[in-house]
Design a protein around this ligand. Structure first.
Ligand code: KG4
Ligand code: ZN
Length: 367
């Protein structure tokens, strides 16, 4: 029997649109009858330069920038994939969580395209799209244990199936990406903070500053990074004025503390969560979200997974940050399960993956 190809009649061809924060993105992804995905185009337009002088993302500027570029980006994604709107099987849009202005721009554009083409509209949870990306890139299928680390979220999740998530842990204050961004800002490094801190850390001594390892050894499963960020601030103030080497050492020390703290939380989840994976040979651990691009963190987590009999998986670097391919793929996975949405599906600035998860003590609204 020949392999099903993604040009077979049962193949899905999905446009994905991402406008939840400061990246405008559109992509075309196919999914064949065997559930294998392929990226036909993936265009990401970053707004960093528009926000840089403000030291953070300005929601109104972000929404306007999405509105200005999204139509052209969609056309470019279609052209690059060599397909037309009429070839599409569905239109998937990240409708939350994120900044409301941007979400509305993406949702309105996607709904208009769905209406014009008569194709189904799929409202995608941005976090679900991060969570499912390894299905597109590495054919990793649920169930798996997942660490989701982005600019707004830090969670350990049990991914039981498409649309089925059990939250095991969350941050009680800052998200990990946010901690990287704030650390970069206080050290005068450029946006986006995560890559800047990682780059500076490469020339630094990670043992020079004795920073806390938040939550390490605690029996409750959650994360916390606000105290670490404050400790970096104090260490920076004590060493001021900072030389380039001081900054590199602070970044390396911060990154080392992050790795140790996250590794401890993941170890706990692997120990307590192992019962969800009765077959020891089949225990995938996945890290995703923007911070999953951090090489030191990835290397740490490879070791943690190996020590606990979990296989390690992460999207390729270019698909860790926000992109349209992950939205299109989540849309294709949902369409394959007849999970389309009505055209009045709302934009949802807050949209937890696990609505049943109890609030973690101390957790801010983002959790
Ligand atoms: O998933 P993402 O692109 O957007 C959100 O959904 O938030 O994640 C963005 C976050 C930012 O905080 C950014 O600084 C961080 O991911 N990030 C990194 C790295 N690359 C991006 N953090 C640490 N090291 C990196 N290499
Ligand atoms: Zn994201």
């Amino acid at each position: 029997m020949s392999e099903p190809s993604d040009t077979a009649p049962s193949a899905a061809l999905v446009l994905g649109i991402e406008t939840s924060c400061d990246e405008t993105a559109a992509a075309i992804v196919s999914r064949n009858a065997a559930g294998e995905g392929r990226i036909l185009s993936n265009i990401v337009l970053s707004q960093f330069d528009k926000h840089a002088i403000y030291g953070g993302v300005v929601p109104e500027i972000a929404a306007r920038a999405h509105a200005e570029s999204l139509d052209l980006l969609v056309k470019t994604a279609l052209d690059k994939a060599g397909v037309t709107l009429g070839d599409l099987t569905g239109i998937a849009v990240a409708t939350g969580p994120g900044l409301i202005g941007g979400l509305v721009v993406g949702a309105t554009t996607g709904k208009a395209l769905a209406l014009a083409t008569g194709r189904p509209f799929v409202a995608i949870n941005h976090l679900e799209a991060h969570a499912l990306t390894v299905g597109l890139t590495d054919q990793v299928r649920p169930p798996y244990l997942m660490l989701l680390v982005s600019g707004g979220h830090t969670q350990l999740l049990l991914v039981e199936g498409v649309g089925q998530y059990r939250r095991l842990a969350t941050t009680i204050d800052d998200a990990l990406g946010e901690a990287f961004d704030k650390t970069a800002k206080l050290l005068g490094l450029p946006m986006p903070g995560g890559p800047a801190v990682e780059k500076a850390a490469a020339n630094g001594n990670g043992t020079r500053f004795d920073l806390p390892r938040p939550m390490k050894g605690r029996s409750d499963p959650h994360f916390s990074f606000a105290g670490l960020k404050t400790a970096v601030r104090h260490a920076a103030m004590q060493s001021a004025p900072l030389s380039e080497q001081d900054i590199a050492d602070l970044c390396a020390s911060f990154q080392a503390a992050v790795c140790e703290s996250v590794a401890d939380r993941v170890r706990l989840a692997m120990r307590t969560g192992a019962s969800h994976f009765p077959d020891a040979g089949q225990r995938p651990f996945v890290v995703a979200g923007g911070v999953a691009a951090n090489k030191a963190l990835r290397a740490t987590l490879v070791d943690v997974a190996r020590a606990h009999d979990f296989s390690f998986h992460a999207p390729p670097f270019e698909l860790c940050g926000d992109n349209g391919a992950m939205i299109a793929w989540a849309g294709a996975e949902r369409l394959a399960r007849d999970l389309a949405d009505p055209l009045d599906a709302p934009a949802r600035p807050r949209w937890p993956l696990d609505a049943e998860a109890p609030k973690a003590i101390g957790a801010g609204v983002k959790a």
